[in-house]
Design a protein around this ligand. Structure first.
Ligand code: GCO
Length: 452
């Protein structure tokens, strides 16, 4: 039995592009996800984020739900195109007012605001100017960060610059995320290099804004899906898994915490004509010291050089097992990821688990004894398993300060539209008619006395 520390921060995470809706209201301009979702075939079911959970109007009741379940913090993101419709220049007062209202409501409820500056929803106006392929994104982002800090710096104690840089790689390289550009490995790496520079720029603006005042903290959120070889003794599988780790999380953690791309990634980029323009001072400017690290953890990946089918069989043979949604149930992923941070990167700053959760497919509420309920035992098992492994890491002394479940509501799950349901609260598009899934009730009990 492990008891979580009293001051451990429990929260739920959301993001603007996935819950806010009100896409065309009060001066907001389109983001790349609005444009991308209008292209037939890009999003499952032809879904769009135009309405989503309508958090823009329904935030009071949705924040009240967070509170009612016993969470203490809300991790949310700002919509850049709501704040700066042109991407730069004159802020949209109505957009600023909306976030003022929402943050005031969080504070009134006693929920600690944890704000992400960028969660994948670049203003279309900036993508029209090259988006992350244009090195000017560094100053555009710096300007945006300043606007956020001037308006909300004081009332938000926890800040992150970017959520999951890999989404930008995916949006410019293979193109299955917005903006859907398919420039291949080269453009993916260029976009990521610029993103990392923009991150460093925002951290410097943050330090300049707060000066000696160190009561406000800044970090970045990276998702860590460690790749394992399906056949632990097979050289091809080992090589493949290693390369995938280099291309994914190590391509961010090395620059951020070691001040350089790894030799393996540099070699890969060289061989694939995918080397970004790395200028003098770039790496130091990316590696600005941070106050905390945000870890998004969902699962591990198992790679087999003989193809996906073989990988699956091998995992099953190795004793793995799968959930109803087709994902492997591997809660130790969180413990492994934390060890990678502390053992491979020597991380000494506090860590927050900024996302953890799993999706249901075809979840529907049912009526039982006159009550509307939704049974999601798979999700409860998932949360429980991950929390057990998190507890083990904490017991070993790894400095984790908080945990955010992903997520409160069923929302716009990017390319999967509304078909993947990640919420602990069943939510029709547009919000309202909420049904607490069993997992939400489980959380409400768990949070009364967090031990596992
Ligand atoms: C991510 C994003 C979230 C997703 C969640 C579920 O981690 O991909 O931060 O926006 O919705 O992860 O896929």
């Amino acid at each position: 039995m492990f008891t979580f520390p009293k001051d451990f921060l429990w929260g739920v995470a959301t993001s603007a592009g996935q819950i806010e809706g009100a896409a065309c209201e009060d001066g907001r301009s389109p983001s790349i996800w609005d444009t991308f979702s209008a292209i037939p075939g890009k999003i499952a079911g032809g879904d769009t984020p135009a309405v989503a959970c309508d958090y823009y109007h329904r935030y009071p009741e949705q924040l009240a739900l967070i509170k009612e379940l016993g969470f203490q913090s809300h991790r949310f993101s700002f919509s850049w195109s709501r704040i700066l419709p042109e991407g730069t220049g004159k802020p949209n007062q109505k957009g600023l007012d909306f976030y003022k209202r929402a943050i005031d409501e969080m504070l009134r409820l006693g929920l600690t605001p944890n704000a992400t500056m960028y969660h994948w929803d670049l203003p279309q106006a900036l993508d029209d100017r090259g988006g992350f392929l244009n090195r000017d994104i560094v100053s555009w982002f710096g300007e945006y960060a300043d606007v956020l800090l001037q308006n909300f710096g004081d009332v938000v104690p926890l800040w992150t610059t970017f959520n999951e840089p890999i989404a930008t790689y995916v949006g410019y390289g293979p193109g299955w995320f917005a903006p859907g550009r398919t420039g291949g490995e080269r453009d993916g790496r260029i976009a990521n290099h610029h993103l990392l520079l923009a991150h460093g720029e925002a951290v410097r603006r943050f330090r300049a804004h707060f000066g000696e005042d160190d009561t406000h903290k800044i970090g970045i959120v990276v998702d860590l899906w460690h790749h394992h070889p399906a056949r632990p003794d097979n050289a091809d599988d080992i090589r493949l898994a290693e390369l995938e780790n280099e291309k994914a999380y190590r391509s961010y953690l090395h620059p951020l915490f070691k001040g350089a791309y790894s030799p393996a990634l540099l070699e890969f980029m060289q061989q694939n004509n995918a080397m970004p323009d790395i200028r003098e001072g770039d790496m130091a400017s990316i590696a600005e010291p941070l106050d905390f690290f945000g870890l998004n953890c969902y699962n591990r990946v198992v790679d087999c050089a003989d193809g996906a089918q073989a990988a699956r069989q091998n995992v099953e043979h190795a004793g793995g097992n799968y959930m109803d949604n087709g994902m492997e149930y591997y809660p130790k992923a969180i413990y492994d990821a934390l060890h990678i941070l502390t053992d491979d990167y020597g991380l000494q700053i506090p860590i927050y688990i900024t996302e953890n959760g799993t999706q249901g497919i075809d979840e529907q509420p049912v009526t039982e004894n006159g009550e509307t309920v939704l049974h999601d035992p798979m999700r409860i098992r998932y949360y429980q398993g991950f929390l057990e492994w998190l507890g083990k890491a904490l017991a070993e002394g790894i400095d984790v300060r908080g945990y955010y479940a992903w997520t409160l509501l069923d929302n716009f799950e990017w390319s999967a539209g509304y078909s993947f349901r990640f919420g602990m609260v069943h939510t029709p598009v547009g919000g309202g008619n909420y049904v607490l899934k069993d997992s939400a009730k489980w959380w409400r009990e768990f949070l009364k006395s967090p031990q596992i």
